[in-house]
Design a protein around this ligand. Structure first.
Ligand SMILES: Cc1cc2nc3c(=O)[nH]c(=O)nc-3n(C[C@H](O)[C@H](O)[C@H](O)COP(=O)(O)OP(=O)(O)OC[C@H]3O[C@@H](n4cnc5c(N)ncnc54)[C@H](O)[C@@H]3O)c2cc1C
Length: 412
């Protein structure tokens, strides 16, 4: 590379903002430009379906970096502008305000957007979606005590919104097409506990049935059941934001395809967070695309170092949490890799260990945060070390997980 034109980061969300800060933390002194389409300072999304819905006062965005912090780091933040094209040959990012920003290295941290329903009648006026702070403000305005809400989709976001809406005094029905809530990422036994918590709190859960159509004030199910309602919210998954990368000729494969360093097939372009699909070395190179807060942070950090020339592979263990009805659901690793499950009584919660040919590949639990968080953290460390712990030790609450960890050698 000749003179350093600087590093441009497209997407000022979790991964983009973290990467910008990490560049400075790793002593990069060249120009850093962080470009975001939303007219906000970088902010956290997890509160949008939780505190931003339930809090008594009008919420404010949970800012990741203040203007002062951006300035102190020497990060140029452009908000309310969209990058429309990448000129790879000219090393330029082209913006919708006509400006062109040169780069030596580029990071795509463009996130994901909600999948839209294609059900007849499901137009923008009748169905709400949640991804941004503006979406959260709009949604909150609907969730008044006594209103009848139908949530379509029993995934994390749908269920968190259901719990929050119930908290606000709404009457809530969740409709999930699959036979059970929470899909493949969450083991059936843990999903069943979450379903129980929703039912016990007063949410009506309908599973195993699709939609026929949406009419004014009514969701019609495939069996012609009519659910009269005042508001409809859909949480039916997210689609990685890959349009820009695709137009630039980068490979898209359930997200922007990157290698173990988070580098795309252009050596000067990297990707991080919800938008990218990467191979995971701890899971035999399985390609993953994660939609998880900590992954966005970890990948932001990693991409920053990779753009500065580090060659290490990204190998952080996936970890996800969700809060519903005052309890936490936490998952470490990849439970769906497992072929056997061992449970441990945590007293107030059950920890599920997922093993593949004797190796620990995942752990999951739903319960009070105090019971769950520390044990999941230890399980995560065992997964990172590719441990093959004795199932009897895992199942026995009198054997501390810390002592199991102590006898496992560090992974090569
Ligand atoms: C409501 C909600 C609740 C969540 N709760 C949890 C939780 O409890 N636990 C958990 O682990 N995870 C949770 N998540 C997931 C977590 O927030 C995401 O995984 C994380 O925000 C991903 O970060 P990101 O930087 O990849 O993408 P984002 O945070 O989505 O940021 C991407 C940004 O890029 C911008 N952008 C896209 N294209 C362009 C362009 N061409 N030009 C300029 N800007 C562009 C977008 O506008 C966006 O601001 C939640 C997500 C949501 C939406």
């Amino acid at each position: 590379m000749g003179t350093d034109a600087g590093i441009v980061i497209i997407g000022a969300g979790e991964a983009g903002a973290r990467a910008a800060a990490a560049l400075r933390e790793n002593n990069y002194a060249g120009p850093v430009t962080l470009i975001g389409e939303e007219r906000h300072l970088p902010y956290e999304r997890p509160p949008l379906s939780k505190a931003a819905m339930t809090g008594a006062d009008e919420p404010t965005a949970a800012t990741i970096m203040s203007e002062e912090q951006l300035a102190a780091h020497g990060i140029r933040h452009l908000s309310g502008v969209m990058v429309t094209e990448i000129d790879r040959a000219g090393h330029l990012a082209l913006l919708d305000d006509g400006s062109r920003i040169p780069y030596s290295r580029l990071l795509l941290a463009t996130g994901a957007r909600p999948r839209r329903l294609t059900t007849p009648g499901a137009d923008a006026a009748s169905v709400l979606y949640l991804r941004t702070f503006s979406d959260a403000l709009a949604m909150r305005a609907y969730l008044k005590p006594g209103i009848r809400l139908v949530v379509i989709g029993g995934g994390f976001i749908g269920l968190e919104i259901a719990a929050s809406a119930l908290d606000r005094g709404c009457s809530v029905t969740v409709v999930e097409m699959a036979p059970r809530i929470l899909g493949r990422a969450v083991p059936a036994e843990v999903a069943a506990l979450v379903a129980e918590a929703h039912k016990a709190a007063g949410v009506r859960l309908i599973t195993g049935i699709g939609l026929k159509g949406i009419e004014a004030g009514c969701v019609v199910l495939a069996d012609a059941t009519r659910l009269d309602c005042d508001a409809i919210i859909a949480g039916v998954g997210a689609i990685p934001e890959t349009g820009l990368a695709g137009r630039a000729g980068l490979t898209i494969e359930n997200g922007i395809r990157v290698d173990g360093r988070l580098q795309t097939d252009d050596p000067d372009i990297f990707a991080a967070g919800d938008c990218c699909a990467f191979p995971h070395p701890v899971f035999d190179g399985r390609r993953l695309r994660l939609e998880a807060w900590r992954n966005a942070q970890d990948q932001g950090n990693h991409a920053a170092r990779a753009m500065l020339g580090e060659t290490a592979e990204f190998d952080a263990i996936p970890w996800f949490w969700s809060d519903q009805h005052g309890q936490t659901l936490q998952i470490a690793g990849l439970p769906d890799e497992g072929d056997a499950t061992v449970t441990r009584d945590l007293g107030g919660a059950t920890l599920h260990f997922h093993l593949k040919a004797g190796r620990l590949v995942g752990a999951s639990a739903f319960g009070p945060i105090g019971n769950v968080a520390r044990e999941i953290r230890l399980a995560e460390m065992l997964i990172a070390r590719r441990a093959q712990p004795s199932p009897d030790a895992l199942a026995d609450p009198s054997v501390k997980l810390k002592s199991v960890l102590a006898v496992v050698p560090l992974a090569a």
